[in-house]
Write a new protein. Structure first.
Length: 235
């Protein structure tokens, strides 16, 4: 798989830091040797693709997308336990991509493809009804009101995820910020293609068994912030 290339004229709009303290020697090696082989390339603007094409070297029964995978623990956990699923992760933060590459090498995971960059143009490129699950776990809450337009959850987000998910597909969103949880549910109410799967409070307060805890989530709990686990089904 070739390394990701921006299409002509494409301007990637990202907010916040993309790079931390720099790559460790092992991470630098993985960026040079492993990432080009498993990169999810951005198509030409306007083109629609079947995300299964990223796994043309193996048969996959379904494809799942994680937007902003952080340190990659959740993505690697899902890939290890669902080897028949093609997992695609997008993350603009350099250190996060480096951590995931280390997990891929350590666990010999063959069913992961990685985009080092903004997930939005990649999501827009997927053909209709081609994903089985989408994960957005603990996105940046952008707490200041003037920055709310930068939040990933938006009318655009629900429209694009509904378009890309198959009927019956699931969108999972987690946050430990009450305002962001309320923001998500407000936008979900305006998304007729989705139904919220919670029937009782424990359905969103308790993490499902197939939803592993990440280091970020463990930290938030230690600091007294209780995460919400939101699941929506594509009608």
């Amino acid at each position: 798989m070739a390394a990701a290339v921006d299409p002509p004229g494409y301007i990637e709009k990202l907010y916040g830091r993309r790079q931390g303290k720099g790559l460790k020697p092992r991470q630098a090696r993985l960026f040079a040797d492993l990432l080009p082989a498993i990169a999810a390339t951005r198509p030409t603007q306007g083109a629609k693709i079947d995300p299964a094409r990223f796994f043309d070297d193996r048969h996959v029964g379904d494809v799942w997308l994680e937007i902003g995978f952080g340190g990659g623990e959740h993505l690697a956990w899902q890939a290890a336990r669902n080897p028949e699923i093609g997992m695609i992760g997008a993350e603009p933060f350099l250190d996060g991509v480096g951590k995931l590459l280390g997990l891929i090498e350590d666990e010999a995971l063959k069913n992961i493809r990685v985009l080092h960059g903004d997930a939005r143009p990649l999501l827009e490129s997927f053909a209709d009804s081609t994903l089985g699950r989408i994960f957005l776990l603990h996105p940046d809450p952008w707490p200041k009101k003037r920055h709310h337009k930068r939040r990933m959850v938006s009318p655009w987000f629900f429209a694009e995820t509904a378009r890309a998910l198959r009927p019956g597909g699931v969108l999972r969103i987690a946050s430990d910020i009450p305002d962001y949880v309320a923001w998500t549910l407000m936008h979900a109410r305006g998304a007729p293609d989705f139904e919220w799967l919670a029937e009782t409070a424990k359905d969103w307060r308790l993490r499902p068994a197939d939803w592993p805890q990440t280091r970020y989530e463990a930290k938030s709990i230690r600091e007294g912030r209780a995460p919400a686990y939101l699941q929506f089904r594509r009608r």
